[in-house]
Design a protein around this ligand. Structure first.
Ligand SMILES: [Fe+2]
Length: 337
């Protein structure tokens, strides 16, 4: 029978691929953002600064502090990469969110599992590259997308079994049999998945099962409780597969961004370590908005790991501030072994 032998969670935000002296590329985008989500409120940059100036984030936004934190993140990414290589799983179930990569406004399933035979991480077109650079993502695109198309094989039998089993378990997931395309041009693989392949696996093609959670886009995001329960159902589905696969599960994205919320991050990471599912399920849904919503990918994986006896090792939590208003990314790195 298949077995979940390893888990890990990692942030995947652009700061991880952007040298710390260039973080203002992203901070300048924050300054123009009129909808910065923090707690239950929504602010423009000036309002957010007025709200949080007592925390003196300028002291954590110096080049020295940024550099020290960026290096801490890189060290933990390397630790995770090494541990995954040692475990050498047969399949990787990556729980990520779609950022209007495969799904657009016409349809946005709450929960989806891909069960096709392969996915392409294709190189960006010139126009796509120019748009990423204009949005301050010029460095990050190199870590998400290859220079030449890469193909990642997918264990479609196991994935189709997972779809069928979670439906038996009352989760009516969307089932993707092919990578979506427009006029024959494949839609780009989401950076939730590309980051794991390019930065953690160094493009080594461990067979991949993408799970797509709509954490971002109203009105049908699954609740924290639903994410946990879905994770449990997925784990039961994996364990009921007759094949011999040793499976690793991954949470990609989060924790708080584009406004760093250390209290939120530490509360949830601590609850995951203590297996306190009541705290995780009880976190108000309004706290999971914008980039911070990706923390729900960790809840799905926490639900999966609840069905195993693997223990969480929180390698580091690194608040990476890029402005005096406390914008930036809370970066978390963990393994379950
Ligand atoms: Fe993301």
């Amino acid at each position: 029978m298949a077995e979940i032998v390893f888990g890990f969670g990692t942030s995947h935000g652009p700061l991880l691929a952007t040298p710390s002296h260039e973080w203002d590329l992203r901070a300048n985008v924050d300054r123009k953002n009129k909808a910065l989500a923090f707690g239950a409120g929504t602010y423009d940059f000036e309002q957010l600064y007025a709200l949080r100036k007592g925390d003196h984030f300028e002291r954590q936004n110096t080049l020295d502090v940024r550099k020290e934190r960026w290096e801490r993140c890189q060290r933990q990414l390397d630790v995770i990469a090494k541990r995954v290589a040692e475990v050498n799983p047969d399949a990787l179930v990556i729980v990520g969110d779609d950022h209007h990569e495969w799904f657009l406004n016409d349809i946005q399933p709450a929960l989806s599992i891909f069960h096709g035979k392969q996915v392409f991480n294709r190189a960006l077109t010139k126009a796509e590259e120019e748009q990423k650079i204009a949005n301050g993502g010029g460095y990050a695109m190199k870590i998400y997308y290859p220079q030449q198309d890469e193909i990642y094989p997918c264990p479609s039998g196991l994935a189709a079994h997972m779809v069928n089993q979670v439906v038996q378990d009352d989760f009516d997931v969307a089932a993707l049999g092919e990578q979506p395309a427009d006029n024959g041009v494949l839609r780009q693989l989401g950076h939730s998945y590309g980051f794991i392949y390019r930065r953690i696996l160094m493009s080594k093609p461990v067979p991949l099962i993408p799970i797509l959670v709509n954490t971002y886009y109203p009105p049908n995001q699954p609740t924290p409780k639903r994410c946990l329960e879905f994770g449990r159902a997925v784990a039961r589905a994996i364990k009921s597969w007759s094949g011999p696969e040793r499976v690793a599960v991954v949470a990609s994205g989060g924790v708080s961004h584009f406004v760093v919320d250390e209290d939120f991050d530490r509360r949830l990471l601590d609850a995951m370590q203590r297996r306190d599912y009541g705290v995780l399920a009880g976190e108000p849904d309004v706290h999971f908005r914008s980039g911070t919503s990706e923390t729900k990918n960790w809840l799905v994986v926490a639900g999966m790991l609840a069905e195993t006896n693997l223990d969480m090792d929180l390698l580091d939590y690194v608040p990476c501030y890029r402005s005096e208003a406390g914008t930036g990314s809370g970066m978390a790195f963990a393994t379950w072994q």
